[in-house]
Design a protein around this ligand. Structure first.
Ligand code: DER
Length: 224
């Protein structure tokens, strides 16, 4: 489909930013998956990098492509991370977490000098919020956090995997929440950060350095 083609275009453009000696964050989701495959080709052709994956799935994909991996706890900073997003607005604020990897993604992003977001053209929005905001909670706090989301005029539901709750790589639940148009992502992020037992959310506020969007048969780059 044109969406998948656009994802591949963005991924191919983003990996041009990689160079020998870098520590590279590997994102999660289908678009980041295309980038990991491209990086596997570059490594096969001699690119010297060490990578930190943002999910067990991305770790396994990278390992299968012989991309050298390093433990995140042995690294201070990450030079560049290539990751996807579910939405981006004109300020390059993001909603992430559609794939459930938002907590590790945000930690890697926080350690990263240049966060490069790769998207298809359907991810571009004027205002965040059409996509439900993923929120990661410890199971012990899930009902409490649901009530606090209601207090913030949101409406959340616990993400299911068949008949049981979806579990993240960290063993937590995901609540997908609607808040209507999110015109002030920073304020909502601050409110969410104050809720006990809420360990992550998909608002990535002023974290992206660039967004590379595949569109039709080309790419368009947005810069913060
Ligand atoms: O879960 C995530 O944060 C992913 O990056 C997601 O936001 C994008 O997934 P996609 O590339 O499969 O659309």
């Amino acid at each position: 489909t044109s969406i998948e083609f656009e994802k591949k275009l963005a991924a191919k453009e983003a990996v041009k930013l990689l160079s020998d000696g870098q520590t590279v964050g590997l994102g999660s989701g289908s678009t980041a998956g295309y980038a990991i495959r491209e990086i596997g080709k570059l490594v096969k052709n001699g690119l010297q990098i060490r990578a930190i994956p943002t999910s067990d799935h991305s770790r396994d994909l990278a390992a299968s492509l012989a991309i050298p991996l390093v433990d995140i706890n042995s690294v201070d900073t990450i030079d560049i991370t290539i990751d996807g997003a579910d939405e981006f607005d004109p300020s390059l604020d993001l909603i992430k977490g559609g794939g459930g990897a938002l907590l590790r993604e945000k930690i890697v992003a926080a350690m990263t000098t240049d966060l490069i977001i790769i998207v298809d053209s359907a991810k571009k929005v004027e205002v965040l919020g059409a996509f439900k905001l993923p929120i990661e909670v410890i199971p012990f706090a899930s009902s409490f956090v649901l009530r606090r989301i209601t207090n913030l005029n949101g409406e959340g539901t616990v993400r299911m995997a068949g008949a049981t709750e979806y579990l993240t790589d960290e063993g937590n639940y995901i609540i997908d929440a609607t808040f209507g148009p999110i015109r002030d992502p920073s304020s909502l992020a601050t409110e969410l950060n104050g809720i006990e037992g809420l360990v992550g959310h998909g608002l990535f506020v002023q974290m992206a350095r660039k967004v590379i969007m595949g569109v039709d048969s080309t790419t368009k780059t947005f810069e913060a």
